[in-house]
Design a binder for this molecule. Structure first.
Ligand SMILES: Nc1ncnc2c1ncn2[C@@H]1O[C@H](COP(=O)(O)OP(=O)(O)OP(=O)(O)O)[C@@H](O)[C@H]1O
Ligand SMILES: [Mg+2]
Length: 522
């Protein structure tokens, strides 16, 4: 929304360093009332840091924050909320076992006590009603009595937004809210954002998806290496130009690859069925043969059994029935370590839970699967200099932006954490690569690089099983594509003939391939 009012928020000369890393370097930034401004930038450019300064989680080394032209001091998130600034974080912050209402009441000054058990029924009912009212006002419907762990990712996100609205925020900071959303949920979020703007709110929105930027932004500010390097608008820009501005060089937006040369069967899944914790059959009679030297992409709306399938193959979950065979070895009930030892690499969906040890250094995280093997160890002692050498090499090769190899991996930006996992998993001799959402949260430049490495692995004879919510990624990387719907493989096709519309029909259950069983058994 164009306007000629004064900014509601201004940042002047904000600078913040972590040791030798200058995360924010003299940043000037204005946000106008009722606009959606996108903050765009590479992984590690300093976006989250800047937003955390605004939200009082970090203190700037230098610079000023102005709200409505008045200089303010923001020591902590309570100060920020009092000034009308609310933030929805890159990683969710809700308490899973509590209801929506309970989550909103936590630490709330409007209710009578902070100790949760002591709150009266009256308070609870007031908050419930307020959630319903807010929901109606902004098109943000959520059941106030639902337990958060039972919500879909999209719903949980709505609760996060409700929470900041409930606390009275006028300026909303959304840090990569769409990274984990389905396309449908993303459109719903955009509707909500537009309705918020209409009702007088202002939004700072962070995303790596350039199509989204063009779809939703009023203005765009671009950060690189901690500095603002440009401003633009969707009307004046294009995906290619945004990529160039962000990364500082031309980026190949679609992966290029040669013909695949499939070899022997590496992964053979026979009639696999998996039950969820709540005893629901989430994967049903799934069969697949994956060969050396090919990339098999599994498309599907999230929550159709893909995650459970991957957890079963990698030993994180026990299947109900059926078999998983890797290079003629039955690993159906093997441990994750045993499955790693037959030459399997895994890039998990939840990087913080299954991919990294957040309290360890970058160097240690880079050898989590191999520290007990040569050259890092002789079986008795670990050689720290080898671990360090390896770290320096990988940091350089995969362009991991970190202050040093000894930095805690938890201090890296989201995208750089992902690069640590990918560097580790692609750097040892493997036969099978299982990757779930490999480029979630990565900037376009990093995606280009990671795609290249995945194709290189394929060309060296690795069998690659790719799960991705990004249809563009499935279409550009895969040699064959399977679609999962309601726990079943409902279609399988050569990637060459595949297109978005046709995949969409299978993904929503409107169409099912009848000949599928016969195809697989050939
Ligand atoms: N608490 C911290 N301690 C040390 N370094 C940090 C800390 N927080 C951020 N950094 C560093 O500051 C730089 C900017 O990180 P930031 O998280 O702001 O990036 P970002 O733009 O949000 O990236 P992404 O798109 O990957 O989320 C990175 O080099 C990061 O390693
Ligand atoms: Mg970030």
């Amino acid at each position: 929304m164009k306007n000629n009012k004064d900014p509601i928020l201004s940042l002047h000369n904000i600078t913040k360093s972590f040791g030798s890393v200058v995360a924010n370097d003299s940043i000037y930034f204005d946000l106008y009332p009722q606009e959606i401004q996108v903050l765009l930038g590479e992984n590690g450019a300093g976006k989250s840091t800047l937003m955390k300064i605004l939200y009082g989680m970090y203190q700037a080394d230098q610079g000023e924050i102005l709200i409505n032209q008045q200089k303010v001091v923001i020591q902590d998130p309570n100060d920020a909320l009092r000034l009308g600034i609310g933030m929805v974080h890159q990683h969710f912050m809700l308490v899973p076992v509590m209801t929506v209402t309970e989550n909103l009441m936590l630490g709330d000054e409007k209710t009578k006590g902070n100790a949760f058990g002591k709150l009266s029924k009256l308070d609870r009912e007031t908050v419930r009603q307020e959630i319903i009212a807010l929901g109606n006002k902004y098109g943000l419907q959520v059941n106030p009595d639902a337990v958060v762990e039972d919500l879909s990712v999209g719903e949980a996100q709505r609760v996060e937004i409700l929470k900041v609205l409930y606390k009275g925020a006028d300026i909303l900071i959304l840090d990569e809210p769409t990274a984990v959303l389905t396309p449908q949920e993303t459109s719903e979020l955009f509707e909500i954002m537009r309705s918020l703007i209409k009702q007088g709110k202002s939004i700072i929105f962070i995303t790596h998806k350039l199509k989204e930027v063009l779809a939703v932004a009023d203005r765009i500010a671009v950060l690189r290496n901690g500095k603002v390097v440009g401003h633009t608008t969707p009307a004046e820009s294009s995906i290619e130009e945004l990529a160039l501005l962000m990364v500082g060089r031309e980026v190949l937006l679609t992966a290029t690859k040669g013909q695949s040369h499939p070899g022997k069967v590496v992964l053979n899944i026979k009639d696999l069925s998996i039950k969820s914790k709540s005893e629901v059959m989430v994967v049903k009679n799934f069969s697949l043969q994956l060969r050396a030297g090919e990339i098999y992409g599994i498309a599907g709306v999230q929550g159709n059994g893909q995650s459970e399938l991957i957890e079963a193959i990698t030993g994180l979950m026990q299947p109900h029935s059926g078999h998983i065979i890797i290079l003629n070895k039955d690993v159906t009930h093997s441990s994750p370590r045993q499955i790693t030892l037959v030459g399997t690499a895994h890039v998990p969906e939840d990087r913080q839970k299954h991919g990294l040890v957040l309290g360890f250094s970058v160097a240690t995280n880079l050898v989590l699967q191999t520290y007990y093997l040569p050259p890092f160890s002789n079986g008795w002692v670990i050689y720290p200099e080898k671990v360090e050498e390896n770290a320096d090499e990988k940091i350089d090769e995969f362009d991991i932006r970190t202050p040093s190899r000894d930095a805690l991996v938890s201090n890296l930006s989201g995208g750089n954490q992902q690069k640590v996992i990918i560097a580790r998993e692609l750097s040892r001799p493997i036969n099978l690569l299982i990757i779930n959402q490999p480029t979630r949260g990565l900037d376009v430049g990093s995606i280009e690089y990671i795609h290249k490495r995945i194709i290189e692995a394929r060309d060296k004879g690795v069998a690659v099983l790719l799960v991705s919510a990004e249809l563009d990624e499935i279409l550009s990387l895969s040699d064959r594509i399977g679609v999962m719907y309601a726990g079943e493989l409902v279609a399988e096709m050569d990637a060459k003939g595949a297109n978005r519309e046709q995949l969409g029909l299978y993904m929503t259950g409107s169409k099912k391939e009848k000949m599928l069983k016969e195809n697989i058994n050939q």
